[in-house]
Design a protein around this ligand. Structure first.
Ligand code: TIU
Length: 219
């Protein structure tokens, strides 16, 4: 079985029971004119995730791993967006407002979809989620259970928000999670560093961390 040189110790996985999870690589987070920018973020910081993640995605597909994509977003009538999320802070535009790439963070809009370089293949599940976690109010748990998946290779954005929330949800559900350090990204350098450190601390309290080259070399 492939064994990755990871932190805090090596991560062994069975490709038959492992999925690559690609979290929220949507234009709304990584391109100008979307949700991430409305919150005051420099979205350019997330674009460096795309090339290594595209390479890992290719390797995972070649190795026959299940690939699951997620997208954060809401129904056009916002009925699945709690007021606590809609009204939070003072963004330049709110969820549902018309932006240059369509309505901000709304399902079906151009900005809500996944960037071209990481486009899902036809048979790869795409999980639409209203929250930061990928398990909350979705059928991801049932999907993974149905396919016998027990380990997750976790990638996407942002490290401290949707990636962390998902890894914590997954860990509590009994999944073993490897977070790929150069395939997750944050708008904040200090959160990237701390977010990765928190996964592997305390003997791997939430999981493992490794760079994509170490993972690809054993796939
Ligand atoms: N704002 C931020 O860092 N992230 C999010 O709102 N969603 C995800 O991380 N996908």
């Amino acid at each position: 079985m492939p064994t990755v040189d990871a932190s805090p110790y090596s991560f062994t996985f069975d490709p038959e029971s492992t999925a690559l999870l690609v979290i929220d690589m949507q234009r709304d987070f990584v391109e100008p004119g979307g949700f991430g920018e409305t919150l005051g973020n420099d979205v350019g910081k997330l674009q460096k995730v795309i090339p290594p993640l595209a390479r890992l995605l290719g390797a995972a597909r070649a190795a026959g791993l299940l690939v699951v994509h997620t997208r954060e977003g809401h129904l056009p009538d916002l009925s699945d967006c709690p007021p606590a999320k809609l009204n939070r802070g003072a963004p330049s535009m709110r969820i549902g407002d018309p932006g240059p790439k369509g309505r901000i963070l709304i399902r079906g809009e151009y900005g809500h979809d996944i960037v071209d370089d990481l486009k899902p293949l036809g048979d790869e599940p795409v999980i639409d989620k209203p929250g930061k976690g990928s398990f909350y109010a979705t059928d991801l748990g049932e999907l993974l259970a149905g396919k016998g998946v027990t380990s997750l290779i976790v990638t996407g954005v942002t490290t401290e928000v949707c990636v962390h929330t998902t890894v914590r949800e997954a860990n509590d559900r009994g999944f073993e999670c490897l977070v790929v350090s150069d395939c997750v990204g944050s708008y904040f350098d200090e959160f990237q560093e701390a977010g990765l450190a928190m996964i592997a601390a305390q003997g791997g309290i939430f999981g493992w961390v490794a760079p994509s080259d170490k993972l690809i070399e054993v796939m």
